[in-house]
Design a protein around this ligand. Structure first.
Ligand SMILES: [Zn+2]
Length: 458
């Protein structure tokens, strides 16, 4: 359904806002600020790419006593912060569904790495273009990505106008010959940081060492050193499977988190994806070093990896967000599914309906995720980036919705991405009436089909 956009006539007594100013009015505004204010009806003003004012419509500073409010767009529905995906390899739309039923180790060796050895930059551009459209249409406005051909991922993300924390993959690619050694990958990450960090006001460049097992110890130490010099985020798969822990224990005589501490990596900004198989001592390490966690419940379930102790992590004050992981292990980029699965698994495994509260789940997908990535988004407050989503309220999912608490509960337990109609990133409307305006999606689908056929090999 298309958002209702009624531009009110400007009042003669009030000057028209500048072209960089947008004033949006909705039936409900869910701010996700620290007090989780819900405004019914609510309004917000955007100047350039930032929010300048949020409040009840009747309190809007541009209100005038006579009819008509300058430059307002009445969008109706519910406005909330755009969702934040803290762990993805979205260009893997090229490999969606590959290797179903295999454990992580076999899935990588038999299904994914052979395809990745055949990838061209053009493949990655189209894979990321389609992935970006899928994310945006689901209301995801920020995504943290780790993938090969990172410069091309950056181009595709910027063309789609999605906010991207891009952490170029660093590891020795099996089957990649001399094309992808950890040293070469790390050099490329440094070059991309110099060239592209901050580009378009949308792109941040970090470093993505694949995992503690895919690089030698000297490689992990080098990543830690370079990331420190660049003040860059390190984004790493950590303790994803039980087998990974056994490999690291056998190789180094310690856990993966202890190894990362030993090489100095935990002294910088670290985002640990998965973090399923952590001992209490490992959790202590992550907590004491303020390591952020990307919780990926659906990928962990599909690959049979396990269930992370996310409620305990939140209780310890760890910065936690949720992630889709790649579309080859999920198999979609719909963060609404993670938003619901996270509390479902936490409650089911703890046999406790209070294990992860409804508002905490909503926070993981918005404010919490933004905090994990260090992005000034995830809540609708003045000064925050104008990344927001309109959700259609004309649906049984929002009935009865008697109270503010009901509405928030319906968002988590009854709504879904199908109700996202419009999406703004940095104040620019990139999805309108459910259609992504920044990606030629029909062509992207065709391109990905053709390329996926070649990547699958003989
Ligand atoms: Zn991953």
């Amino acid at each position: 359904m298309t958002a209702r956009v009624d531009a009110a006539p400007a009042d003669a007594d009030e000057p028209a806002p500048s072209p960089r100013t947008q004033r949006l009015v909705a039936d409900v505004v869910v701010t996700m600020d620290p007090t989780c204010r819900v405004l019914r009806p609510g309004a917000l003003e955007v100047v350039g790419d930032r929010i300048s004012w949020v409040g009840a419509r009747d309190d809007a500073p541009w209100r005038v006593p006579t009819a008509g409010r300058a430059g307002e767009q009445v969008v109706g529905g519910l406005l909330m912060p755009g969702l934040v995906n803290t762990h993805g390899h979205s260009a893997m739309t090229l490999m969606r569904g590959a290797g179903d039923g295999l454990s992580l180790d076999r899935w990588l060796r038999e299904s994914i790495w052979p395809r990745e050895a055949r990838l061209t930059p053009d493949d990655v551009w189209w894979g990321m273009a389609l992935g970006s459209a899928e994310l945006l249409r689901a209301g995801v406005t920020t995504t943290c990505e780790q993938y090969l051909h990172a410069g091309v991922v950056a181009d595709a993300a910027l063309d789609a106008h999605i906010r991207c924390i891009l952490t170029p993959g660093v590891f020795d690619l099996p089957g990649g010959g001399g094309q992808a050694t950890w040293q070469r990958c790390l050099d490329d990450a440094g070059t991309l940081h110099a060239d592209a960090h901050g580009r378009g006001g949308l792109l941040s460049i970090g470093i993505g060492p694949h995992s503690a097992y895919a690089l030698p110890e000297e490689g992990l130490a080098a990543v830690a050193r370079i990331a420190g010099e660049l003040d860059a985020l390190v984004h790493i798969h950590l303790a994803e499977t039980k087998a990974e822990g056994e490999v690291i224990e056998g190789r180094y005589g310690c856990s993966a988190p202890a190894l990362l501490e030993r090489v100095g990596m935990l002294d910088g900004q670290v985002l640990a994806a998965h973090s399923v198989w952590l001992s209490d001592a490992d959790l202590d390490l992550l907590t004491s070093h303020d390591v952020a966690v990307a919780h990926c419940p659906q990928s962990n379930g599909k690959l049979g990896s396990g269930v992370a102790r996310v409620a305990e992590m939140c209780a310890r004050g760890l910065r936690v967000g949720i992630g889709t992981d790649g579309p080859a292990s999920n198999d979609n980029l719909d963060l609404w599914e993670e938003l619901r699965l996270a509390p479902l698994l936490a409650r089911a495994t703890a046999a406790d309906a209070g294990a992860l509260r409804t508002l905490d789940a909503l926070s993981l997908a918005t404010r919490g995720g933004a905090g994990a990535l260090g992005v000034e988004a995830g809540c609708l407050v003045p000064g925050s980036l104008a990344d927001l989503v309109r959700v259609d309220l004309d649906d049984p999912a929002f009935v009865p919705g008697l109270s503010d608490a009901d509405l928030l509960s319906h968002l988590v337990w009854a709504a879904s991405s199908r109700l996202v109609t419009d999406v703004w990133v940095g104040g620019r409307r990139v999805v309108e009436g459910g259609v992504c305006r920044t990606v030629d999606e029909p062509r992207a689908r065709r391109e990905v089909v053709e390329r996926a056929r070649r990547l699958a090999g003989p």
